[in-house]
Design a protein around this ligand. Structure first.
Ligand code: NAP
Length: 221
């Protein structure tokens, strides 16, 4: 049975990705924040040490946070938390677990980016920096690990209807945003999960180093 490590699996896009892999017969490991706190160097080190003999066929760096502030309003705390969660932790996780993938000569990695690493919008300076940064990780590892049959891609979701999106936006706001999307609606989390699954499946044998934007045509307007 193939084994997948998926961060941020408790809700939203990560939950949909976990359900897809489970439905396709994978053993899915989705550590809770108590088991693996991505803002804590000690927690990450302990989790990797504890699992260093475990072989993951698939790693999906999905967990992410997005604080929105104008440049003058960004606090050191949010800067550090976003960098730690969205960029530093994924690199450490890959540093910890790609060795076993190499040994097994098989691995599929997806880093979750964002539409804000494809097009820009004010207030997203740090978030976009992290999401563009994670694609640099993807590019580099795609080249570095290709000979080990490890394929690495970035999936950039557009507006996605998660619990958080529903909580942060009124129905009217969701409808207004939807009008701005060529498909006329936001993505369902499972539509992002389908793309992640394909990239991480055995069907994908040659696609690596790519940024796949799943945004209903938003960036093409
Ligand atoms: P979400 O609903 O806010 O869920 C975030 C997940 O990340 C939760 O499982 C959360 O765990 C986990 N997480 C956050 N900080 C963590 C930490 N310090 N340690 C461990 N786990 C942590 O997120 P989402 O909207 O599904 O987004 C998932 C990914 O897609 C993110 O990378 C996001 O940037 C990206 N994305 C989302 C959208 C969108 O419209 N939703 C669009 C573009 C990109 P807890 O349950 O413990 O909080």
């Amino acid at each position: 049975m193939r084994r997948a490590l998926i961060t941020g699996g408790s809700r939203g896009i990560g939950k949909a990705i976990s359900e897809k892999f489970q439905a396709c017969g994978y053993e899915v490991i989705t550590p809770s924040r108590q088991e693996l706190d991505l803002t804590s160097a000690e927690s990450i080190e302990a989790y990797i040490n504890k699992n260093k003999e475990v072989y993951f066929d698939v790693i999906v760096n999905n967990a992410g946070i997005n604080d929105i502030h104008a440049i003058e309003e960004i606090t050191d705390d949010e800067l550090e938390r976003m960098m730690a969660t969205n960029l530093v932790a994924p690199i450490k996780i890959l540093r910890g677990f790609t060795g076993m993938m190499k040994k097994n000569h098989y691995g599929r990695i997806v880093n979750i980016g964002s539409i804000w690493a494809v097009v820009s919008k004010g207030g997203r300076c740090v978030y976009s920096a992290t999401k563009n940064g994670i694609h640099g990780v993807t590019n580099t590892l795609a080249v570095e690990l290709a000979a080990d049959n490890i394929l690495v891609n970035t999936v950039c979701p557009g507006f996605t209807l998660t619990e958080l999106t529903r909580k942060n936006n009124t129905q009217e706001e969701i409808e207004a945003i939807s009008k701005d999307i060529p498909m006329g609606r936001m993505a369902e989390p499972k539509e992002i999960a389908e793309v992640v699954y394909f990239l991480c499946s055995e069907q994908n044998t040659y696609l690596t180093g790519q940024k796949i934007t799943v945004d209903g045509g938003f960036a093409e307007k």
